[in-house]
Design a binder for this molecule. Structure first.
Ligand code: IPO
Ligand code: ZN
Length: 444
């Protein structure tokens, strides 16, 4: 999809660079342009979107055209599962063009990305809302897959591998990924970043006939998701997923293909973290009983687009994904704690398992729990399709990297270090080997 056609609508983006980065005079200019933008946009295809109340208020404040509004009140739930502005979910139709403007404005106003999900139809939007409602009522998502044994019993496999994980490898991968002008999902440079990531993953598994690297095509945009699969030796149909998103975003990148979006922490860090786990497992010759898939999702910043397509396709094919772990922002230590387990739009039993992995293998780390209050990363796509997902995050809500979605999300701004991300690589390796080294359902 060329970006040329988007020029008029995207023109609006000049107006909403994160204002707190602008000097007052520019802030004024930006505000003026913002007023203008509302009128300029809206000429592409309408899409169905669901969002929480807080995001809906931003949409209204931005005067983004929308129709077919449906408000679905959510059950009052424990603090553990929701935040102010999350009392209801709103379904509506809006112009696809306006979504990234909403995304950036939501980031500006709510200190979070997008906060909305794009759906193929009103029907699908209602299903997602119903699933969120069920989640709030039952405190967990019904999973359509087999529930694995969550007891820790593979120390003899995990412990020899943990020391092989290298911070230097993670640093090198983040450095490579941030060197692309941007990894925006609609630009050719974003597509090239995906293609070259796939090539680099193929180079990690020379001659392994049980390892395949493929790219998942998304119908609506050029950037592909990348999947490296290590086929299980005993139960290949049972799948464990470790994922992160390979795209990046800033207003500048939305505006033009040459716009800068380094996305070092968001989310080159997650891709680098899972790639280091992949490198050590492949180099060590580890052969899992279950299939392990490492996935670099495209289009996360525009509403979890890549992971949504993949999770939906897997559900439609009845694939037995027994667990998904999301790595989105692992390298900014904004809190006194080390790992923040996000507990909304996730699976509580698997969250407990991930916490047990940290306690068992990384006792020196401080692990806390928090909520996003919206579908804040790709784990939500797996949850929305009935799969168990967990999301260990870099910091507590509001203490995470303040430079995401700006040209300043670079390694130099996070101390040119991957020490924090290394903790997540250790956790993710323990997750992969403990779940990968067994098969079949948990003993009743
Ligand atoms: C994000 C994730 C969790 C929390 I708590 C706060 C912020 C960032 C995520 N929304 C994003 O922009 N991913 O690309
Ligand atoms: Zn982001």
């Amino acid at each position: 999809m060329t970006t040329a056609a988007r020029r008029p609508a995207d023109a609006a983006y000049r107006s909403i660079r994160p204002l707190h980065h602008l000097r007052p005079v520019h802030r004024l200019a930006a505000a003026a342009a913002l007023l203008l933008s509302g009128a300029a946009a809206t000429h592409a295809a309408p899409v169905w979107v669901s969002m929480d109340e807080a995001a809906f208020q931003v949409l209204q404040a931005q005067r983004i055209a929308h129709t077919e509004v449906e408000r679905h009140a959510l059950p009052a739930s424990t603090e553990r599962l929701s935040r102010p502005g999350h009392e209801a979910l709103v379904i509506l139709q809006a112009e696809e063009d306006d979504l990234a403007r909403l995304s950036l404005a939501a980031h500006q106003a709510l200190h979070r990305c997008g906060g909305f999900m794009v759906h193929e139809s009103r029907q699908e939007a209602r299903q997602a809302v119903a699933a969120a409602d069920r989640h709030l009522r039952q405190g967990r998502m019904a999973t359509q897959a087999t529930v694995p044994d969550y007891r820790l019993n593979d120390q003899s496999k995990v412990n020899p591998l943990l020391p092989q994980l290298k911070e230097s490898e993670i640093l090198a991968t983040i450095s490579k990924l941030q060197s692309y002008t941007n990894r925006y999902y609609r630009h050719n440079v974003g597509a090239r970043a995906s293609n070259e990531l796939a090539d680099s993953w193929r180079a990690l598994a020379p001659g392994r006939t049980d390892v395949t690297v493929s790219q998942f095509n998304h119908p609506n945009f050029v950037q592909k998701s990348v999947i490296l699969e290590i086929r299980g030796t005993v139960a290949p149909e049972e799948i464990i997923v470790i994922g992160g998103h390979l795209d990046s975003i800033t207003p500048q990148a939305v505006l033009r293909p040459g716009g800068r979006a380094p996305g070092a922490d968001d989310d080159a860090s997650g891709i680098a973290t899972l790639q280091e786990v992949m490198r050590v497992l492949l180099q060590s010759g580890y052969k899992p009983e279950r299939t392990i898939q490492f996935i670099g999702y495209a289009g996360e910043e525009a509403g979890l687009l890549g992971s949504k397509d993949i999770a939906k396709a897997y559900a439609a094919q009845g694939r037995n994904v027994m667990g998904a772990l999301q790595l989105d922002m692992t390298d900014y230590k904004g809190s006194s704690s080390d790992i923040t387990l996000i507990t909304d739009y996730t699976n509580a039993p698997q969250d407990d398992f991930v916490a047990a992995l940290a306690a068992g293998y990384l006792p020196e780390l401080k692990v806390v729990r928090d909520v996003c209050g919206y579908a804040c990363s790709d784990h939500a796509s797996w949850t929305a399709n009935g799969y168990a997902a967990s999301f260990p995050f870099e910091a507590a809500f509001g203490e995470d990297n303040p430079r995401i979605h700006t040209t300043k999300d670079t390694l130099s701004q996070i101390g040119n270090s991957a020490a924090h991300a290394l903790k997540f690589a250790r956790l993710a390796l323990a997750y992969a080997v403990e779940l990968g080294s067994d098969h079949g359902p948990a003993a009743p």
